[in-house]
Design a protein around this ligand. Structure first.
Ligand code: SGN
Ligand code: CA
Length: 531
C-alpha cells in the first residue's frame, strides 16, 4: 500500500514538474520575437506612408498601417557606423566611443543583443553593420565588409568571407529568410537584425528596376537653389547635387569612349567591372542611350542641375523598391508561419538623407532631413493599427525599448528610454528635448563638427573646431531651416531659454567641451593630422 502510494506520488510529481516546465517554456516562447529592419540612408521623404509623393513603398507602409508611424524619429549622430553603435548600446556616441566612421568600436562593451542572448533569445545579424570586428551578441552573423557592394557582394559569415552572385538587397533578404527558415530554433524567441546596404551611395538599382522611374520627371524641393544666407557653415558643404555629384560614379555616365573624365571615374569603373556579362548587358541597355543623349545635349547651369537631380532621384528611388520588396517577403513569411502576432517589426534607417533639400545629397547636418529618420513599428499584441507617434524619439531608445518588451532589466547606464508606453498609448509623458552630436570633420562632404538641441519648436546648433557659429531655427515658422534667427532681437528670450536647455541636455548625457576636445584629439591622431 505504502509503495503504491509512493509510486503514485512520484508519478504526480513527474507530471506536475513536466507541466510546470512546459508552462515555463510557453512563457519563454511568449516573449516577443524582434525583427529589426534597417536600411542605409533611407530618407523619410522616400516612404509613401510619410505622405510624400516621390515613390510607392507598399510593404514598408504596411508596417505603419498595421502598427505605428513615428513622425519625430531622430538619430543622435547622423552618420552610419556611429548610428549603429548608438542603436546597439543605447548610449550616445561620446559614451560608446564610436563617434565617427573612422575611429574603432569596442565590441566588448555591452549591447542589447548580448542582453537578449543572455536571456534566452536566439540572435542573428544579417546585412550591413559597417563596424569592424566580429559582431558580439549574435549567435549568427552574416555581414557585409565595410560599405559592401551592390553587385556580387562579399559577406562575412561568422568571420569567414564568401562571395555571392547577384544583387545585394535580394541576397540580404534571402539570407534573412534562410536564417528564419533553417537556422532558427523553433522553441526560442528570436532577435533578427536585417540590415540593408541600400539605398546608400552610389545608388545602383537592381536590373529589374532600372526603368522604374524612366518616365517620371521629379520637381526638386523649393530650397534646391539655396544660397545659404546667414548660414556660412552650410555654404562650405561638399555635398551639392550640382557641384559635387560625380557624373561617372554617382550618375553612371561611364562612357565607353572615356570622354567623361571625372575624379571618381576609376571607382565607377571598378563597380562596373564587378558585374558579370549578363548584368552588364542589362545595365548597358539602360544607361548607354542616356549617356549618348547626355553627351549630345551639352547641358549647363540650371538645366544640368535639374538633370542631375532627376538622375539621382531615379536611381536612388529604384534601389528602395528592392528594399521594399524584401520587407514584403519578410512580412509574408511571418504571416505564413503564424509569427506575425508575437513579433515586433521595426523599420528604420541609420539616418535620414537629403533628396535635393538645400541642393544636397548625403546627411551629417543636424537639419531636419538628416537628423530625422523614418521609424515604423508593428506589434499587433500591443500596438493599435494606425497609431501615430509625435513625441521626440531617438535611435538611442531602441535598445531599452527592446529590452523592455523582452522583460529584461534595462541596465542603469543605458541613456535611451523605453518608448513602449508611448507607442501603446499608456502615457504621453516624455522628454521635451533631444540632443545631437556630429564629429567627422575634417572629412568627406566637409560638414563642421557640431552639437545641438531640439525641442518641439526650436533648434539650436553650435558649430565648433575651426568655426564658432551658432544657428537658431523656429521650426514652426521655418520648417525648411532657411532663416537663422540666432541674431534676431525678436528671438532674444527664446535664445536664452534654448541655451539653458542645451546646458541641461549636455549635463544630462555627460557631454562637455572637454569631451569634444578629447574626441577631436583621438580623431586627429587617427587621421595623423596636427591641430
Ligand atoms: C562613403 C560615401 C559618402 C558617405 C560616406 C558615409 N562616399 O564614404 O558619400 O557620406 O560613405 O556614409 S563613397 O564615395 O564611398 O560613396 S555612411 O552611411 O556609411 O555613413
Ligand atoms: Ca548611412
Amino acid at each position: 500500500m505504502k509503495n503504491v502510494f509512493r509510486i503514485k506520488l512520484l508519478a504526480y510529481t513527474i507530471v506536475g514538474l513536466s507541466l510546470f516546465s512546459a508552462c515555463q517554456k510557453k512563457e519563454e516562447i511568449k516573449k516577443p520575437n524582434i525583427v529589426f529592419v534597417m536600411s542605409d540612408d533611407h530618407a523619410y521623404q522616400a516612404i509613401s506612408a510619410y505622405g510624400h509623393e516621390l515613390n510607392q513603398t507598399p510593404n514598408i507602409d504596411r508596417i505603419a498601417k498595421e502598427g505605428a508611424i513615428f513622425n519625430h524619429g531622430y538619430v543622435t549622430n547622423s552618420i552610419c557606423a556611429p548610428s549603429r553603435a548608438v542603436m546597439l548600446t543605447g548610449k550616445h556616441s561620446f559614451v560608446n566611443g564610436k563617434v565617427d566612421n573612422l575611429l574603432p568600436f569596442n565590441w566588448n562593451q555591452d549591447n542589447f543583443a548580448k542582453q537578449l542572448q543572455g536571456n534566452g533569445y536566439q540572435t542573428a545579424m544579417i546585412g550591413k553593420i559597417h563596424i569592424d570586428g566580429l559582431p558580439q551578441g549574435f549567435d549568427y552573423s552574416n555581414v557585409l565588409p565595410g560599405q559592401g557592394q551592390y553587385y556580387n557582394p562579399e559577406f562575412i559569415e561568422n568571420g569567414d568571407i564568401k562571395k555571392y552572385h547577384g544583387y545585394c538587397t535580394q541576397i540580404t533578404t534571402n539570407l534573412a529568410l534562410d536564417w528564419l527558415k533553417n537556422k532558427r530554433e523553433q522553441d526560442k524567441p528570436f532577435l533578427l537584425l536585417y540590415h540593408q546596404k541600400a539605398p546608400h551611395r552610389t545608388w545602383m538599382p537592381e536590373e529589374k528596376y532600372l526603368k522604374l522611374f524612366e518616365d517620371t520627371t521629379f520637381t526638386p524641393p523649393a530650397n534646391f537653389f539655396d544660397n545659404y544666407d546667414k548660414r556660412p557653415v552650410a555654404a562650405q558643404h561638399e555635398m551639392g547635387i550640382f557641384e559635387h555629384m560625380d557624373l561617372a560614379y554617382d550618375l553612371k555616365m561611364l562612357d565607353e569612349e572615356g570622354e567623361i573624365q571625372t575624379r571618381l571615374r576609376k571607382h565607377a569603373q571598378n563597380m562596373y567591372n564587378r558585374m558579370d556579362s549578363a548584368q552588364r548587358a542589362v545595365w548597358d541597355a539602360h544607361y548607354k542611350p542616356i549617356i549618348k543623349e547626355f553627351k549630345e545635349k551639352g547641358m549647363k547651369g540650371k538645366e544640368l542641375a535639374l538633370w542631375k537631380y532627376n538622375r539621382y532621384m531615379k536611381d536612388y528611388l529604384s534601389t528602395i523598391q528592392s528594399v521594399d520588396d524584401g520587407v514584403g517577403e519578410l512580412l509574408d513569411y511571418l504571416d505564413k508561419e503564424g509569427l506575425a502576432e508575437n513579433t515586433i517589426v521595426v523599420y528604420t534607417s541609420d539616418q535620414g538623407f537629403y533628396l535635393g533639400e538645400h541642393g544636397w545629397f548625403d546627411k551629417r547636418f543636424m537639419y531636419e532631413e538628416s537628423f530625422r529618420t523614418p521609424i515604423l513599428m508593428r506589434y499587433p499584441k500591443e500596438i493599435k493599427a494606425g497609431t501615430t507617434v509625435d513625441q521626440l524619439i531617438q535611435n538611442l531608445d531602441f535598445a531599452p525599448t527592446f529590452l523592455d518588451y523582452a522583460g529584461v532589466d534595462i541596465p542603469s547606464d543605458i541613456q535611451g528610454e523605453s518608448f513602449r508606453n508611448i507607442v501603446n498609448g499608456k502615457t504621453e509623458e516624455w522628454r521635451d528635448a533631444i540632443y545631437y552630436t556630429y564629429y567627422e570633420y575634417p572629412g568627406e562632404h566637409n560638414v563642421q563638427r557640431h552639437y545641438g538641441v531640439r525641442t518641439d519648436r526650436y533648434k539650436l546648433i553650435h558649430f565648433y573646431y575651426d568655426s564658432d557659429t551658432w544657428e537658431l531655427y523656429d521650426l514652426e515658422r521655418d520648417p525648411s531651416e532657411m532663416n537663422n534667427v540666432y541674431d534676431d532681437a525678436a528671438y532674444a528670450e527664446i535664445r536664452k531659454n534654448i541655451h539653458e536647455k542645451l546646458v541641461e541636455v549636455r549635463a544630462k548625457y555627460g557631454d562637455s567641451d572637454e569631451m569634444d576636445q578629447k574626441h577631436l584629439k583621438r580623431f586627429l591622431e587617427a587621421k595623423n593630422l596636427k591641430h
